[in-house]
Design a protein around this ligand. Sequence first.
Ligand SMILES: [Mg+2]
Length: 380
Amino acid sequence: MDVKSTKTSPVLADSAPINKSRLGIHSSRLPYSQAGPTSSNNILTILRKKRGNFDDVWTNGWLDAMRSSSPPRKNILQNFTSGEVASDDGDIAHRAWMTKYPSALSSFRQIMDCAKNRKLVVFLDYDGTLSPIVDNPDRAFMSAEMRCAVKSVAKYFPTAIISGRSRDKVYGLVRLKELYYAGSHGMDIMFPAEEIPSGDRSISTKSTDQQGKEVNLFQPASEFLPMINEVFKTLVEITNVKGAKVENHKFCVSVHYRNVDENSWPIVAQFVYDVLKEYPRLRITHGRKVLEVRPVIDWDKGKAVEFLLESLGFTTNQDVLPIYIGDDRTDEDAFKVLRSGNRGYGILVSAVPKETNAFFSLRDPSEVKKFLESLVRMKQ
Ligand SMILES: [Mg+2]
């Protein structure tokens, strides 16, 4: 990776400077009032009036993407069996899929053979990988056994958590100081003060970690911080729709619709769409029943993996075997990086067949724990 190219924020498009008029949503252009104490109450009324007229989100495929981001199990199975699915055909479809993406547990020996004479580096997503997916994201806790497994892995291998959550939030859930942390889909990376990629100190800023130790931060989207805070404050109004939840992850915002009645999904989508129309430097990506609002920059979990590998001093593929375990669409960027040039192995966590750039699969966090424990046993 050419680190020098990342000296400034890697903005992909729309390079017009940020100024107040571009940052702000002009209330006169909004289809609803933002001002005054009644704005929150009004929003639902206005959005309900719009019900049945959600042309924007239909035309732009948002609703289709929202439905396909977490398709019912039966639909997934049909895609992989290309025929009628009987209720007990799940295992057959899963076995067919696993010939393409074998279990990382049964392929463990093969992975270890590849790791010979190379340093293993472990990258882990958090939600759905180390913790179960739960209705309330604030309660996505990892088990004590999982924490123990991750801690043991970090004793032998450089280990990083790369999450869509804010770095502080994911640290608060993992609580292991021996790891590297990248929050906001890799847009907020913390690494030890002594480890500077390519010796280039201009790309990072100094800070202190939770223990007061000096660290470096790499935040390629730092210029977007005021914009993200502002859009978060506006998007929070959607929580008037029953079940909707909005989270500020520092450099990105999540709008969760997991607990929203499907009939109200168009309301959520149209509201987010209308807000985002005023922010051309922000974009939407679709996760599992969540709309992720992110800056338009050329940075993702794959770039974060490359950055961390370089910060750890691994500049050639021969030195290192990176393994990335994750369950979400955003993890595919990391899988792609590892697949290109056979750099390492992506492992998709999924109980159902899915197209992926990973090499291997694990069914759920309990299998992730077994895999991590196998890595530790190999070293003992
Ligand atoms: Mg995840």
